[in-house]
Design a protein around this ligand. Structure first.
Ligand code: ZN
Length: 293
């Protein structure tokens, strides 16, 4: 927490300086005689407005459906930690890469990753990548944590205006914290009219997302150990997309010794990836039709 406050202060100082510079410049425009002979440029550390788009892999045919896989956390945001110092950001990256490999081996859909290395992305940049690539599905991969060592198994979350229960809310709050580090408020700019349109669109997307979540559970049956309450809804910022079905999969509890050893096992990750890949392929085959097919 202390680190986050510190980062906020470090980001806040140049932001305040930039605001002051913008006001001075606006005043200068009002009275042309006082236009300064120089311009102050302040570069925000480590942030840009438009990040580059990742490469799209898989079949060259652009009519094939596209899934964007998002490895949760990264960079200065480690996510949850295991009892032996395992970091969620590394577990999610390995799972995302395994899922990418499984999908590419099957060759049915196109795939892009929000990150392939240990780097930070703001939450809305992640779903933003999927929107800009006009993806058909967005899947964010995480690993859960709980103070109870008995909490085990995978959970599939879809977006809700409100969480389906207090536990779901707590998980959403923890995952959403990553954007507060960024120090810049992203999103939340809609007026009353767009709010209605957004609401209708999101209702449709929630239904599609739930259909995908059900497939993840079905395809994982007997292969992936799920939480006793495996399908939930929560208010995840990363899933707040207007026109994109999406789900957040907590692959297991990094805080559970049993789950942590599975998450660290390449063979287990491969099995997990195969079942999620199967759900993705079935979902996309059902919901997207290639031109001329
Ligand atoms: Zn997470």
């Amino acid at each position: 927490m202390r680190k986050r406050v510190l980062i906020g202060v470090v980001l806040g100082v140049p932001l305040a300086a930039m605001t002051a510079a913008a006001i001075l410049f606006a005043l200068a425009l009002i009275s042309p005689a006082q236009v300064p002979a120089y311009v102050i440029r302040i570069v925000l550390p480590g942030r840009t407005d438009a990040i580059g788009l990742p490469r799209v892999e898989g079949p060259a045919d652009a009519s094939r459906p596209l899934v964007v896989i998002d490895a949760g956390h990264g960079g200065h945001d480690p996510g949850a930690s295991g009892q032996h110092g395992e970091k969620e950001k590394m577990v999610t990256l390995k799972l995302a890469l395994a899922l990418r490999d499984a999908l590419l081996a099957d060759g049915r859909v196109r795939v892009a990753l929000t990150r392939e290395g240990d780097r930070f992305l703001a939450l809305e940049e992640r779903s933003g990548i999927a929107r800009r690539l006009k993806a058909d599905l967005f899947v964010s991969i995480h690993a859960d944590a709980s103070e109870s060592p008995d909490a085990t198994g995978a959970t599939v979350y879809t977006l809700s205006d409100r969480g389906s229960d207090a536990v779901a809310d707590a998980v959403a709050r923890r995952e959403n914290k990553a954007d507060m580090v960024n120090g810049v408020k992203l999103g939340g700019k809609s007026d009353a009219v767009t709010a209605i349109l957004v609401s209708l669109s999101q209702r449709e997307m929630r239904e599609r997302s739930k259909a995908f979540a059900a497939l993840v559970l079905r395809e994982g049956e007997g292969k992936v150990r799920f939480h006793t309450d495996p399908e939930r809804e929560a208010a995840f910022v990363v899933l707040k997309s207007l026109d994109l079905p999406s789900a957040l999969i907590e692959a297991g509890y990094i805080s559970s010794p049993d789950d942590a050893s599975e998450l660290a096992n390449p063979g287990w990750r491969k099995g997990f990836a195969a079942s999620v890949a199967s759900a993705i392929e079935i979902y996309l085959a059902r919901t997207t039709v290639a031109p001329g097919a």
